[in-house]
Design a protein around this ligand. Structure first.
Ligand code: QAP
Ligand code: CO
Length: 172
């Protein structure tokens, strides 16, 4: 089932999500619905809070070398923790909860993460490049942060100006 994605400035996006404790059917349904929703909206990553569920669960599905998003490459991430990080990378990010706005964010270029899969098994993974960016972007959602909070002061002002302009355009 495709769920509704909540968007800026919805306050629920700033909630702190809770650890997943039960690896049950309800969690599996949530993950399946998140996958359907992410694919329907052309996303490459989605956190549970974006469908208004405040649990520490997220998905990442990067396109492969042929620019295809294959389900076998889907990463389901529960209760993640960054255990190490190095370097820095600037990437032009977007977010399904901040539609049609993209801007540069600086993050660690390499991270080591520990998380659980849908059955509660612990997984350790090292990521770099776009995958590292995606993990950090999605993990920010779990702590109630959006990428626009990571922009430089001037770019944040630019975002706000553009957002207000769009609101005005909508009302007409
Ligand atoms: C997070 O972002 C991310 O504005 C996932 O109109 C961002 O899936 C990971 C999207 C950058 C790695 C690098 C955004 C789709 C999707 C939009 C997304 C839109 C349609 C964003
Ligand atoms: Co996002």
């Amino acid at each position: 089932m495709i769920r509704e994605i909540i968007t800026y400035p919805d306050k629920r996006l700033h909630q702190n999500s809770k650890d997943v404790e039960k690896f049950d059917e309800e969690l599996h349904t949530l993950l399946d619905d998140m996958y359907e929703t992410m694919m329907a909206k052309n996303g490459i990553g989605l956190a549970a809070i974006q469908v208004a569920v405040p649990l520490r669960a997220l998905l990442i599905l990067l396109p492969d070398e042929n620019d295809e998003q294959k389900k076998e490459n889907l990463i389901e991430v529960i209760n993640p923790k960054i255990i190490d990080k190095r370097g820095s990378i600037v990437y032009q990010e977007g977010c399904l909860s901040v539609p049609e706005y993209y801007d540069d964010v600086k993050r660690a270029e390499w991270i080591a993460v520990e998380y659980q899969d849908r059955d509660g098994n612990t997984i350790k993974k090292e990521c770099d490049g776009l995958l590292a960016v995606a993990f950090q972007h999605e993990m920010d959602h779990l702590d109630g942060h959006l990428f626009i909070e990571r922009l430089s002061y001037l770019r944040r002002k630019k975002f706000e100006k553009e957002w207000k302009k769009r609101q005005r355009a909508k009302k007409k």
